[in-house]
Design a protein around this ligand. Structure first.
Ligand SMILES: N[C@@H](CCC(=O)N[C@@H](CS)C(=O)NCC(=O)O)C(=O)O
Length: 223
């Protein structure tokens, strides 16, 4: 996909995994797209014999996504998102109001460190077409929590995204929206349904999903 690599002079490189499976990569990539800065994508196939060696060329952390800018190496999706916010303040990657910004950061942080059960049982798979047959109570609780958080935010902002305009918190929840969709989780709330549609219609998400369709990858599980 060309539009985020259009410049001869990319501002940074972003090392990411398979678009079909790598939810952490998707988060950082969406923030990168939203930053409006041209960047070059470096793709690594996950779960291959040489994956660790490929990742080690870019970071000692053993994980992607990784942002590289000259000698600077930033790893972990949340650190990358914060750095992009500093590189591109005009993109308003966090809400402008301090209170709303703090709340949006709480949302992103909870997604970043929580929802373990949901993440492992509904591992992101953009090629999945089968609804989930059985769900543990822990995952059902995670989904309940998630929907409550989204409803609370949307009631105040009235959309189109959690805090009005698309922000880092939305990028962090985008892979979960895809999971709920691909695992056939029934959503009754009108506002939440509309939010999920808005995420899926976001230009960055659409580009990501299109790229995933053309990707050849074997089924793997990442949380
Ligand atoms: N907390 C990290 C998690 C990163 C992570 O777990 N990435 C997975 C891919 S989605 C990875 O690099 N796994 C290494 C491997 O599969 O070898 C972040 O936010 O960036």
């Amino acid at each position: 996909m060309a539009y985020h690599v259009h410049s001869d002079k990319p501002y940074f490189d972003l090392v990411i995994g398979d678009k079909t499976y790598s939810s952490w990569s998707m988060r950082a990539w969406l923030v990168a797209v939203q930053s409006g800065l041209p960047f070059k994508e470096i793709n690594i196939k996950l779960d291959e014999k040489n994956t660790a060696a490929q990742i080690a060329k870019h970071t000692d952390s053993g994980k992607i996504p990784v942002l590289k800018q000259g000698k600077r190496v930033i790893w972990d999706s949340l650190a990358i998102a914060e750095y992009l916010n500093e590189l591109s303040p005009e993109a308003k990657l966090w809400p402008e109001d301090a209170g709303t910004r703090a709340l949006a950061r709480s949302y992103a942080a909870e997604m970043h460190s929580g929802f373990q059960s949901l993440r492992s049982e509904l591992s992101m798979d953009l090629k999945r077409t089968q609804p989930i047959r059985h769900m543990t109570e822990a995952t059902a609780r995670d989904i309940e929590r998630l929907l409550k958080m989204w409803k609370d935010a949307l009631k105040v902002s009235e959309g189109p995204f959690l805090f009005g305009d698309f922000c880092i918190a939305d990028a962090f929840f985008a892979p979960v929206v895809m999971r709920l969709h691909h695992y056939g989780i029934k959503i009754n709330d009108r506002m939440v349904k509309q939010y999920m549609k808005n995420i899926q219609d976001h230009h960055g998400v659409q580009f990501w999903v299109e790229d995933a369709k053309t990707e050849k990858s074997k089924p793997i599980q990442f949380k």
